[in-house]
Design a protein around this ligand. Structure first.
Ligand code: HEC
Ligand SMILES: [Cu+2]
Length: 302
């Protein structure tokens, strides 16, 4: 890209200087001519035609060089992206984001939700699909909006240049909790990203020596939670809600509705309809001890 910019600047700069040069020349010549107003105007120069042909040839050659340069740069760009691109699927749901990463060097997908990690200085190709209505993927400080439309595969290439947290937001009104459909985006260094993806890939080990956590897991597996949520490595394999395998590693809860903490987890599970009225997670009556056990187990799902 830089080479192309240099080439374009050189060719255009040369032409610019030539044009200005001739302009100045013509001004100077005119002034000299005005010194002798009675001079007879010379007949049209026969050599003029040759000069014009030479100049046209020069301009065509210069433009051809630019076309060739731009073609080669485009091809290089496309080839580079195909080689190093990281594939991510983002699936918009009322009112949260399902996210899946293609395993590095593999063919299977690693699922998570509501928090998108991107490696710095590397192109991530995000496939955008919808599970229900039209949403819009928007991370204002990284890229423009791209609609997420049912039955359509939209895609977006992102190459972040700065690490840190960025806020994303659904940008197409999609129902009651549209405003609570945020997306946390974290741009990682290459090392951080590799560590993060390796951890997301891990399945959940059964809690050992922690009776409360074991009880929490059993309640999730045998109760209704497991019908809607997946915790990889356990019997919970539901698909209606976000993957909870590493829920506690996330920055926030329920698509940016609450900052992640033990208290927020417990509050959300106790009263999802109070935090996010209309959310597709129903109110599930739980005994305080059961609620405590479930929250205790999930809090450890780093
Ligand atoms: C009918 C399906 C359903 C059931 C049953 C259900 N959930 Fe959910 N759950 C959802 C949906 C849908 C969401 C996303 C809600 C949103 O953000 O609007 C969700 C969100 C969550 C979240 C936040 C996830 C995130 O990425 O921030 C947690 C934690 C959670 N549920 C735990 C539970 C637990 C524990 C139970 C059992 C007591 C349970 N859920 C039962 C559907 C369900
Ligand atoms: Cu929306």
């Amino acid at each position: 890209m830089y080479d192309l910019l240099l080439l374009m600047s050189m060719v255009c700069g040369t032409i610019y200087v030539l044009v200005l040069g001739f302009l100045v020349l013509s001004l100077v010549r005119k002034r000299r001519a005005s010194v002798a107003p009675n001079t007879v105007v010379a007949p049209p120069d026969k050599g003029l035609r040759h000069v014009l042909v030479v100049w046209s040839g020069f301009i065509i050659a210069a433009l051809s060089v630019l076309v060739l340069g731009s073609f080669l740069a485009d091809r290089g760009l496309a080839r580079m992206q195909d080689a190093e691109v990281l594939d991510v699927r983002v699936n918009g749901h009322q009112w949260w984001w399902r996210i899946a990463y293609r395993e590095p060097g593999g063919t299977s997908w690693i699922e998570t939700a509501n928090e998108l990690h991107l490696p710095i200085d590397r192109t991530t190709r995000i496939q955008l699909v919808s599970g229900d209505v039209i949403h819009s993927f928007w991370v204002p400080n990284l890229a423009g909006k791209t609609d997420v439309v049912p039955g359509r595969n939209n895609s977006l290439d992102l190459t972040p240049r700065k690490t840190g947290w960025f806020r994303g937001q659904c940008a197409e009104y999609c129902g009651l909790q549209h405003a609570h459909m945020a997306l946390d985006v974290k741009v990682d260094t290459a090392g951080e990203f590799a560590a993060w993806i390796a951890r997301q890939k891990e399945t959940a080990h059964p809690p050992t020596g922690d009776a409360v956590a074991s009880r929490g897991l059993a309640l999730i597996e045998t109760g209704t939670c497991g019908l809607c949520h997946t915790i990889r490595g356990t019997a919970a394999q539901g698909r209606a809600g976000p993957d909870l395998t590493h829920i506690a590693s996330r920055h926030s809860l329920a698509a940016g509705s609450l900052p992640m903490s033990r208290g927020a987890l417990q509050g959300w599970i106790a009263q999802p309809q109070a935090v996010k009225p209309g959310t597709l997670m129903p109110f599930i009556p739980l005994e305080p001890a059961d609620l405590n056990a479930i929250a205790h187990y999930l809090e450890q799902r780093q």
